[in-house]
Write a protein that binds this ligand. Structure first.
Ligand code: NAD
Length: 313
């Protein structure tokens, strides 16, 4: 029969694309419950879903930051039966630590970490009882590797990785799968929202030197990286479909082969020195050559690295 898939954060980006791809599955293998905070933002999804809307795709309101909203949403699913939970909702935060308030940092953890915990807590008991289910979490390469000026966002994704790595062991005993997806840069509103926030940033309490590193060194190379390495939300949706359709889903799933060397470097040196110095050199010594470095990296990527990545194709 049809699998019930519940996805968070479907008004835009990756969540929207996953919802549409699964709802349009040729074999009609999925009933997609696409959720979003504010149903007034449903138009883009409804349009992309076309004639699937109301058939293989239905909508429900859900704010991952609210206990009440999460409970109400799951209670309104028939028999509270969710076969596949896709935790996609998330927000970014970029900038020098001195410029960011504790409130903003807590909001990131409330969404990216506690939001996922809240969802899992609500659906996991039923999955365990049924001894079947799959929980998917949209992590990030930044859930595995720290990135300068992304300190708090990275921390929220690391938190998720640790939480899930621990939980996966128990869930295996109950035949429930848990999979992380670690995309690199993806062209979505996420990127535009962050750049918007950055353009409005005022850098209270931040010294001029740090502001200069952020604005004149980090930001331009970050834009280069998005240009050179960015995937589309459709790519990530295809990876996600592959993972949920796999007979033995992997726990970690990088979607972009260009990042396998970075992760390999991290695990190759347990002192952490290699990663810290590589990133230091990339940022402060090669700044202007970054673009070239990216092109070389692209050329070097070979099939042996591809094998270790979930590819959209
Ligand atoms: P996006 O901003 O287009 O989508 C995020 C969605 O989450 C939005 O629809 C937003 O409304 C929703 N959301 C935010 N707070 C919410 C809440 N409290 N309750 C319910 N929904 C909420 O960005 P995206 O790129 O599609 O991001 C999706 C996921 O992918 C995020 O978890 C993000 O961290 C992750 N990711 C993105 C990138 C990237 O470069 N874009 C890279 C790696 C990982």
């Amino acid at each position: 029969g049809q699998k019930v898939v519940l996805i968070t954060g479907c008004s835009s980006g990756i969540g929207l694309r996953i919802a549409v791809l699964l709802a349009r599955d040729e074999k009609k293998g999925y009933h997609v419950i696409a959720t979003m905070r504010d149903l007034r933002k449903k138009d883009k999804l409804v349009e992309a879903a076309g004639n699937c809307y109301g058939k293989t795709l239905t909508l429900l309101p859900l704010d991952v930051c609210s206990d009440e909203s999460v409970k109400k949403c799951i209670d309104s699913v028939k028999d509270r039966h969710v076969d596949i939970l896709i935790n996609n909702a998330g927000i970014g935060l970029l900038g020098p630590l001195e410029s960011i308030s504790m409130e903003e940092m807590k909001r990131v953890f409330e969404t990216n970490f506690f939001g996922v915990v809240r969802m899992i807590k609500e659906v996991m008991p039923d999955m365990k009882k049924r001894r079947s289910g799959h929980i998917v979490v949209m992590s990030s390469v930044m859930g595995l590797q720290g990135v300068v000026f992304n300190d708090v966002y990275t921390a929220s994704k690391f938190a998720m990785e640790g939480f899930c790595e621990s939980l996966a062991v128990q869930l295996l005993k109950f035949n429930v799968n848990l999979s992380m997806i670690e995309p690199g840069p993806v062209h979505t509103e996420f990127e535009t929202k962050m750049m918007d926030d950055v353009s409005k940033m005022e850098y209270p309490g931040t010294d001029a030197e740090t502001v200069r590193y952020f604005k004149d060194v980090y930001l331009p190379s970050s834009i280069d990286i998005f240009e050179a390495m960015g995937q589309t939300p459709q790519d990530i949706a295809r990876c996600t479909k592959k993972i949920i359709e796999s007979s033995q889903p992997r726990f970690r799933n990088l979607t972009n082969s260009l990042y396998t060397p970075i992760v390999a470097m991290k695990y190759a040196d347990e002192t952490g020195g290699l990663s810290v110095h590589a990133f230091y050199n990339l940022l402060f010594n090669f700044g202007p050559l970054m673009h070239m470095a990216m092109s070389i990296l692209k050329c070097l990527t070979c099939s042996c690295l591809r094998r270790r990545t979930i590819f959209p194709d």
